[in-house]
Design a protein around this ligand. Structure first.
Ligand SMILES: Cc1cc2nc3c(=O)[nH]c(=O)nc-3n(C[C@H](O)[C@H](O)[C@H](O)COP(=O)(O)OP(=O)(O)OC[C@H]3O[C@@H](n4cnc5c(N)ncnc54)[C@H](O)[C@@H]3O)c2cc1C
Length: 320
């Protein structure tokens, strides 16, 4: 089986999910390739090769500086045709899903989005996907011909640290570098903040915080652990924080190692976005709040009192 993993980068640096894709692909066996597209892809490609990316196809062009799914799609589609891959894996992030579904449509191939695991056996390939926020687990096996495309949820596999690899510089066909859309301007939101999709730890706030003025208490707890900040829809709708922070059915689906839900009731629309987190800690003053049904650890108390005490304790433990 010939496998291509799509390694996305930001400012020329590989994002951590790229190494998770490699780890998942390595477990399947087969011939592994990784594609990385950037303004100058060499440094990112070398790192991918040193961490087990197999043949790392490095495509460098000024127009590939940041992800434009039309141009990235053109280049990746040409690589899929050239190398005749059986399986193409991308990250199940906002950009990864846009890109991989475009590729699947263009190739007329089969696709499974948001998978938790890729399984190889003598029966062939299958993927596991959780539905309804983890309440139902389904296994899907592709049938028919052509490449199979999958997007893998972040944090389902550890990052590949080592393995075989070599960089193969791919020439760029200029004809692929023009698209129907032009990106005129990019504004980077909250530069430096930890990305929700990639975070190992997330601290999310809900209406129990009472007012936007109290959110710094939650940010302080998050900062003390290098965690990302998340939010329930109630406080996004109230204008306390940006929509990009929202976790849930109409926000982001996250899967961190540790998820704090502070002053969040645990409505099903919130749970579907976070209930597959490895460990869930809930802080809520109502002992009967539904969030405690999915929490591994719970603190029944007033967030305004618990948060400063917890932050103080963590700072002392983690920062000495
Ligand atoms: C179609 C649809 C899509 C939706 N999509 C989403 C989504 O993507 N994400 C999402 O989050 N919601 C979504 N919702 C909204 C969802 O149904 C809930 O209304 C929302 O999640 C509630 O947010 P909350 O838990 O912050 O607020 P509340 O439900 O008001 O809960 C506040 C909690 O804070 C606790 N509390 C109060 N005071 C304190 C205190 N001092 N200390 C500690 N705890 C305290 C309360 O006991 C309560 O449990 C969606 C709804 C619909 C209909």
């Amino acid at each position: 089986m010939k496998i291509l993993t799509i390694a996305l980068q930001k400012d020329g640096k590989n994002i951590s999910t790229s190494f998770e894709l490699i780890e998942a692909a390595k477990a399947l066996g087969g011939e592994l390739y990784t594609a990385v597209l950037a303004k100058d892809a060499q440094v990112a490609a070398e790192e991918l090769a040193s961490r087990g990316g197999g043949k790392v196809l490095a495509v460098s062009h000024a127009n590939l500086d940041y992800l434009n799914d039309e141009l990235y799609g053109n280049v990746l589609f040409s690589l899929i045709e050239k190398y005749d891959f059986n399986l193409v894996i991308g990250p199940a992030t906002f950009y990864g899903k846009a890109l991989v579904s475009r590729l699947a449509a263009k190739s007329g191939g089969r696709m499974a989005s948001d998978v938790n695991a890729l399984n190889g056996s003598s029966d062939g390939l299958s993927v596991t996907r959780s539905n309804y926020g983890g309440a139902v687990i389904s296994e899907l096996a592709p049938s028919g011909g052509g490449p199979f495309f999958a997007t893998l949820r972040p944090k389902m596999y550890p990052e590949s640290k080592e393995g075989a690899g070599e960089v193969v510089a791919e020439a760029v066909d200029e004809a692929l570098m023009t698209g129907k859309m032009t990106i005129r301007e990019r504004k980077v939101e909250s530069a430096g903040a930890v990305n929700l999709n990639e975070a190992d730890i997330i601290v999310s706030a809900g209406r129990g915080l009472k007012a936007a003025e109290n959110l710094p208490l939650v940010h302080e707890l998050a900062d003390s652990m290098g965690a990302a900040f998340g939010a329930s829809r109630a406080i996004v709708d109230a204008g306390w924080t940006a929509y990009s922070d929202q976790v849930g059915q109409t926000g982001k689906t996250v899967n961190p190692k540790l998820y704090f839900a502070v002053g969040i009731s645990g409505a099903i629309q919130h749970l579907v976005g976070m209930r597959t987190s490895q460990t869930i800690v809930a802080i809520n003053k109502d002992k009967d709040a539904p969030i405690f049904n999915v929490a591994n650890y719970g603190v029944v108390g007033d967030a305004m009192e618990v948060l400063p005490a917890l932050t103080k304790k963590l700072k002392a433990e983690l920062q000495g």
